[in-house]
Design a protein around this ligand. Structure first.
Ligand SMILES: [Zn+2]
Length: 179
């Protein structure tokens, strides 16, 4: 599935790229320009301007990277495309790392919660909040809070423990101990 580029975006990119194919330099009327993704959407490319480029149909049909080597676009455009590509790949890698870190943190919080509470699960909306606290205040502090809550209410449901943890946090904010 190809995500269509909106009319406004198309006009903006065409103007930015001087109404020329950024791979071969071709211009209308000899060619018809399209605005397309440098890194395809299905490979994680975004609809941001940096990932969009004006290209003629023949250039657009092949792989942009391959074309870059075989076709000779103007050097400035080639440099910009390369840089954009590098930036996009870097951004994708960072996003992946952040996603993995979040996944790990979530697992840490689940294990922390289950260790303190002696259960084998945590209710989803409570987990969501606890992960946020772990991210903002660190796992050790969250561990203290959960332990306090679980000590006070050993038999309550997750929701109640979560509420109490939130109360501890609120009090600490009021007392200026955390922000
Ligand atoms: Zn072209």
């Amino acid at each position: 599935m190809r995500k269509p580029v909106s009319k406004g975006t198309r006009f903006r990119i065409l103007a930015r790229d001087n109404y020329a194919c950024q791979y071969c330099g071709g211009r209308p009327p000899e060619i018809v320009l399209v605005v397309d993704h440098i890194i395809p959407v299905k490979e994680g490319g975004t609809g941001d301007d940096d990932n969009l480029i004006a290209a003629c149909q023949p250039c657009n049909q092949g792989k942009a990277a391959k074309r870059l080597e075989s076709v000779a676009p103007n050097p400035t455009a080639r440099k910009r495309i390369r840089k954009n590509r590098r930036d996009l790949i870097k951004a994708a890698a960072l996003a992946r790392e952040a996603e993995e870190a979040l996944h790990e943190l979530r697992q840490t919080v689940v294990n922390l919660w289950c260790s303190v509470r002696q259960t084998d699960d945590i209710e989803t909306s409570t987990l969501h909040v606890m992960v946020r606290y772990a991210r903002d205040y660190g796992v050790p502090m969250l561990g203290d809070w959960i332990t306090k809550a679980a000590t006070k209410f050993p038999y309550e449901r997750d929701y109640k423990i979560g509420k109490y943890v939130s109360g501890i946090r609120r009090k600490m904010i009021e007392q200026g101990e955390i922000t």
